[in-house]
Write a protein that binds this ligand. Structure first.
Ligand code: M6P
Ligand code: ZN
Length: 212
């Protein structure tokens, strides 16, 4: 049997598989971007105001007329389809909101699937939490690879004095589920402490547990 004919006969996913051609892009380790990129987006504090614990601090910054950039991402044109692999660079600006370090919003994937993070520059911490409540933190620095298994929510936090930049690659059809994180939050947050970053339960959760 002709090989092509055989492939055509067994390719049941053909209807949902979007054809595309191989391409090359360059990682810009100085700028934390891709060259060329197809799209980019910026998240300001106002775009993720509810993610931070200290809502008084959020209000104060926004009321002053400031709306700082928290992070910026660059991505190539990859179909959001099964069997494709999406990837993007993200650079989180340094700083805190109250005493909580700048961070991503954090999400689960709609279709539970893995994600790989590659540190480019800066210093940070990834916090990851399973649906069963297991918690893991890992340092994200240049050349660190962090593997996030299916079913683990993830948030990246910049704990350094300069920008934190990384590449993330995930399944094309993974999707971003922000709802469950917006609702329950992560069990731990990352704060600026006197002797460096502190990863701990927010005061409100710790107090509630003390009363049990
Ligand atoms: C990483 C990836 C992206 C994500 C970005 C910001 O680059 O996980 O998919 O969009 O971080 O994270 P979030 O969308 O949770 O704010
Ligand atoms: Zn993800």
């Amino acid at each position: 049997m002709d090989g092509n004919t055989g492939d055509a006969e067994i390719d049941h996913d053909a209807a949902v598989f979007v054809a595309s051609r191989p391409f090359q892009v360059m990682l810009d380790f100085a700028a934390g971007s891709l060259t060329p990129f197809s799209g980019s987006f910026v998240r300001h504090l106002s775009d993720m105001a509810s993610s931070y614990e200290d809502q008084e601090a959020v209000k104060k910054v926004l009321a002053s007329g400031d709306d700082p950039v928290i992070y910026k991402s660059y991505y190539p044109d990859v179909p959001k389809q099964p069997r494709h692999m999406a990837f993007l660079t993200t650079t989180i600006e340094p700083g805190t909101v109250g005493s909580e370090f700048h961070m991503t919003r954090g999400h689960h994937h709609y279709r539970d699937s893995a994600e790989l993070y590659v540190g480019m520059f800066g210093e940070g911490i990834m916090i990851m939490e399973s649906r069963q409540g297991d918690f893991v933190q890992e340092e994200l620095v240049a050349r660190a690879l962090i593997y996030v298994p299916p079913g683990w929510a993830h948030r990246t936090v910049n704990t350094g004095s300069g920008p934190l930049s990384f590449l993330a690659a995930y399944f094309g059809d993974a999707g971003h589920d922000y709802g469950s994180i917006d609702k329950t939050g992560f069990s731990r947050r990352v704060y600026r402490g006197d002797d460096g970053p502190q990863v701990r339960r927010p005061e409100s959760i710790a107090r509630a547990e003390d009363q049990l």
